[in-house]
Design a protein around this ligand. Structure first.
Ligand SMILES: [Zn+2]
Ligand SMILES: [Zn+2]
Length: 382
């Protein structure tokens, strides 16, 4: 058996559990009181070991954390105390879930919803089909009014990520959280049917390296005209994440930014960063030019990694030049984000110009293999 095929077989074995994904929703919130409103009657509720039928349509169930359990009631006043409440048979049922304490705007969820008391708060696990999860993430990460071809690209990125991170929260008994730590998920995709279509049309398609490992599918809002090498930002290389010039994002919303900082403030910052310098060592002119991306801000004896400056000042990118103007410094920057991998605004523009999904992915991810896992499975079965 060739090494490549062996790797694929192992990968398929690991990914065969991934038809559903378990997401911890409202991950960072300490939920005390929540309301669950099923939008149709296609569900059952399991309260500890008892199963109850749905009540009339429009019923709102209330769950209140109380010591180590949950007090469960509905607007027909059924009150029970339970450890665990599950809404199931729910594929096809959508739930409006709202936190009353703390107050959080309601979102719609689909699939199986499990509620239990966790250290005196209510924890929610949402188990749903992978493609539905992907559509929800694509809507949260990309927004509602984009070309279908772009939704296909973002779906593949999202799928590659989730299949590589199914064990990220293994110790907590779920796959992923709904925050930036994993991928942002705000519930069911509702705003544009093309988002769901993009996930389904690319079902099973992922990005891999030459050894058929899933790649790290980094992306950012706008590269400013040149993407970064992964090693220049993360201190380690990563397959496919190589710097390249990008002309597609130059006229987009996040292509440029500006900031003015007083020279006094900047001098203080430089001295704090370089403890071996004193004010006599500072240059009279702090001008700095980036035509192509650099990794260091360097003026006379001063050297500071640009990624540190971005973090310290909350700049949109590291791709900036400085014009020294008497007592002020004018920062003119390009792009928004870390600059690694796919540039979203460039990729959206490519999709609008009718470039195809594969062309867009190969443009931003160098030498990647775009692979349909189902076709590999077929090859395995031959
Ligand atoms: Zn997470
Ligand atoms: Zn770009």
């Amino acid at each position: 058996m060739s090494k490549g095929l062996f790797v694929v077989l192992i990968f398929l074995f690991n990914s065969s559990i991934a038809e559903n994904v378990i997401v911890n929703v409202f991950n960072d919130k300490k939920l005390q009181i929540i309301e669950v409103q099923p939008l149709n009657l296609n569900y059952r509720i399991c309260i500890d070991n008892d199963t109850i039928e749905p009540q009339s349509s429009g019923t709102i169930y209330q769950l209140v954390a109380d010591d180590d359990s949950i007090i469960f009631s509905s607007n027909q006043n059924v009150v029970r105390r339970a450890k665990r409440i599950v809404f199931f048979n729910g594929y096809g049922c959508t739930y409006r879930i709202k936190s009353v304490e703390p107050i959080i705007e309601s979102d719609l969820y689909e699939g199986r919803m499990e509620f239990f008391n966790f250290y005196c708060n209510i924890k929610i696990l949402n188990s749903l089909e992978l493609e539905d999860y992907i559509a929800g993430v694509v809507e949260a990460e990309a927004g509602p009014r984009l070309p279908l071809e772009y939704y296909k690209v973002q779906s593949i990125i999202c799928r590659t990520y989730i299949l590589g991170h199914l064990k990220r929260h293994e110790l907590e008994n779920y796959n992923v959280c709904d925050k930036e730590h994993c991928q942002v998920y705000k519930g069911k995709s509702m705003s544009n049917p093309d988002i769901q279509k993009g996930a389904l049309l690319t079902k099973n398609v992922v990005l891999m390296d030459n050894d058929l490992n899933l790649i790290t599918c980094a992306f950012h809002s706008n590269c400013g005209g040149e993407t970064c090498n992964a090693e220049d930002v993360w201190n380690r290389p990563s397959f496919g994440l190589k710097s390249k010039k990008d002309s597609f994002c130059l006229k987009q919303r996040n292509a440029k930014w500006e900031k003015i900082i007083s020279k006094e403030e900047w001098k203080k910052y430089i001295l704090k960063k370089n403890s071996n310098l004193d004010s006599l060592d500072l240059p009279s002119n702090f001008s700095f030019i980036q035509i192509e991306r650099k990794t260091l801000y360097q003026v006379d004896k001063i050297k500071i990694p640009l990624k540190e400056i971005r973090l310290d000042w909350g700049f949109k990118s590291t791709f900036f030049s400085i014009v020294d103007n008497d007592d002020k410094l004018l920062f003119s920057g390009k792009g928004f984000g870390h600059g690694i991998g796919l540039c979203q605004e460039g990729a959206i523009n490519m999709a609008k110009q009718e470039f195809l999904m594969n062309e867009i992915l190969h443009y931003y991810y160098k030498d990647v293999t775009i692979l349909d896992l189902d076709k590999v499975k077929f090859f395995k079965e031959e």
